[in-house]
Design a protein around this ligand. Sequence first.
Ligand code: ADP
Ligand code: MG
Length: 699
Amino acid sequence: MGSDMEVQFLPGVGPKRAELLRKELGVSTVGELLRLYPFRYIDRSTFVRIADARPDMAYVQFKAKVLRVDLIDRKRLSVWVTDGSGEMEMVFFKGIKWMAEKLKPEAEFIFFGKPTAFNGKMNIVHPEVDPVPEGGAAKATGGAMTGVYPSTEKLKNAGITGKMMTRMMEAALDRGLQAERETLPEYLVRQQGLVPLHFAMRNIHFPKDMVSLEKSKYRLKFEELFLLQLSLLKQKYVRSRNTNGILMPRVGEAFNKCYEALPFPLTGAQKRVITEIRNDLKSGLQMNRLLQGDVGSGKTMVAVLTALIAIGNGYQACIMAPTEVLAQQHFKNIQKFLAPTGVKSALLTGSTKTSERREVHAGLEDGSIGIIVGTHALIEDNVMFRNLGLAIIDEQHRFGVEQRSKLWRKTSAGAPPHVLVMTATPIPRTLAMTLYGDLDVSVIDELPPGRKPVQTIHATEGKRPALYNFMKEQIRQGRQVFVVYPLINETEKLDYQSLEAGAEDIMNKFPFPEYKTAVVHGKQLNDVKKFNMDAFAAGRADILVATSVIEVGVDVPNASVMVIESAERFGLSQLHQLRGRVGRGSEKSYCVLMTGHKLSKESKHRIELMCATENGFELAEEDMKMRGPGDLEGTQQSGLPISLNIASLAKDGLILNAARECADAVLREDPTLSLLKNQPLKDELRKDKYQIKDYSKIS
Ligand code: ADP
Ligand code: MG
C-alpha cells in the first residue's frame, strides 16, 4: 500500500485545487501524486543568448531585461526584452493584466519557453517568467534540473503552476514517501541491479544528478513494464495449467507428402515458424499463437502445413477468413498443395447452396472432410465437427473472443482446439508483446526469394510530365497503374475535389480510347463502384484513379505502378499497405510518392523511409516511434490494456525485453506467486488496474 493521504491536506492545496487535480490529472492521494512523473526536465542552470536562439530549438532560457511593454488591441501583450546580445518579443494573450504589472521596464527576469518564427521574426508565446534568484542561476531542490509536469489550462488558471507542482511534490515526498512500500521483492531489486523505490521516487522528481535520474527512470520503467508483463504472463500460466491441449506428437504422412511436393524450398522464416508451431502442438498444452507476416510472405503455406499436422494426428482443421472473397481465394490457393496428400477439403460460406451445405455438414460430422475453409458461417452455422483439433484464423481484428470460444463447443475432441491467428498488419514486437502479451508471437520477416522489389520514388509536381510519360510507357508494355488520392476523412469535401480534379487531369492527358481510366470512390453507388473495380481487375481499364479506400485485398498482379498523391498525408503503415498492391506479378513494379515541395520534418522522414525499405516491421517500428503506439494503424480498436505512466513501448523495447524475461523467470519458478519472497508481487497484481478480462483477444 502507498500513501492514501489525500492531496488536499498538502500545504497550499485545499479542497478546491484537490478536486481539480482529481478531475484533470486523476490524482487524489499523495501516493498517486508521487506517481505523477515529470515528462521532461529543464536544466535551469544554463542560459541561451538571444542572438543564438533559433526557431528549431525546443526550449530556451534567457536572462533578460524588459525594454518596453505594449498592449495591442486590448488582447495581446507584447513585451520586448534584451540580454545585450539581441532582442526578442514575449507575447501574452492571457493573464495580461498580471504580466503587465509584473514586467516593468528595466527589471530583469528569467524567461523560459519555445521560440517560434512569426512574420520573419522570433517570439515566445506565454513564456514562463521567473525572478532572477540571488547569486545567479536558478537552483531547484537537489540539483539544477527541474521537472516539468503534465498540466492543463484549468490547472494553470487555478494557480497550479509548475512552481506550485514542485512545491507539492516536495511536500508529498516529505509526508508520503515513507508509506510507499517497495513494489518489487528485494531479491529482484538486487538481481536486476535496480535502485530502491524511495531513491527512484526522490530522484525522478528532484534529480541529484544525471546518473541518479537515469537510474531512477530505468527503475520505474522496469517496474511498470515488469508488472504489466507479469500480469499478462500469469494469465497464460494459469490457463496452460488449467487447460489441457490436444497432443499432436506426430508430423504425419500428409505433411510429408505435401512438403516433398512443394515447388519451392521454404524460406528460413517459414521453417522457423513451423518449428515453433510444431513445438506447441506436441507440448500437451493448447497453442495460442499469433503469426505475423507481410502480404506475400507465405503465411498460407504455413497454415496448410500446420493443418496437415493436425490431420496427421487424426484431427480436423478449419481455416477462417474475414470475407467470402478471401475464403474462396484461400480455398482455391490451398488445393494445389493438398493434391498430393489426398486430404479432402471443402468450402463453407454464407452463399454455399443448401444441398451442398448438407453434404459438407455430414462430411465434417463423420470426419471425411479433413480441412474446412470458410467465413463466420463456420461458427454461426449449426456445424459440428467429429474432432476439430486446430483453428486457423486469418486476420485477427474481425473475430471476437466470443466467436472463437464457440469453436470449443463444436467438437468432441475432448480439449479446445489449438489456435493460430494470422495477420498481415505488422505490429512492432514490443507492442505485440503487450497487446497480445499472453499469446506467443511468431514472425515471418522474410519474403520468398525471387520476388522483385518494388522501387519507390519520391517526386514533386515538377516531375509530373515525366511521371505521365513513364505511366504511358508502362501501359504500352501492357501494365496497369493505380493512382490513389488520400481520403482521410470520408466527409471532407476537399479530398473529393482533389480526386475529381486529378481524375480529370488524367483523362485529359490519357485520352480515351487510346487509354481507359476507371474511377472509384466512396460516394459512388455500390454497383458503379463494383463495375469500375471489375473493369480494372479484368484489365479493361489501364488506370484506376481511386481514394485510399480501395478494397482490401484487391489483387491485380498485372498492375505495376502505384502512384500515391499527396503522399505526405498518409501514415507509414498506410503507405506500406498501398504499396503492397503492386509487385504481385512477375514484372518489376514501382511506387511513386507525389508530395508538395515543402514538407515537414516528419513527412520528409516518412517519405525517405518508404524509399529506403520495404520491410513492414521496420516501418511499423518507425511509425510507432513517430506517432506513439496509440495511433498505430490496426491497433486503435484494441488499445493498450493498461496506460503506461513512464515507460514507452516505442522507445523502451530493451527494458521491455528484460522485464518480460524477468517476469517469465519469476512465474516459471512460482506460477501462482505463492512463495513468501514474491508476496509484494502478489499484492501489486491485486490492484484494480491489473484486473483486466479478455484482453488476450483469444480464448
Ligand atoms: P501471405 O498469405 O503471407 O500473403 P502467401 O502464402 O499467399 O502469402 O504467399 C504468396 C505467394 O508466395 C504465393 O504464390 C505462394 O505460393 C508463394 N510462396 C510461399 N512460400 C514460398 C517460398 N518459400 N518460396 C517461393 N514462393 C513461395
Ligand atoms: Mg494470404
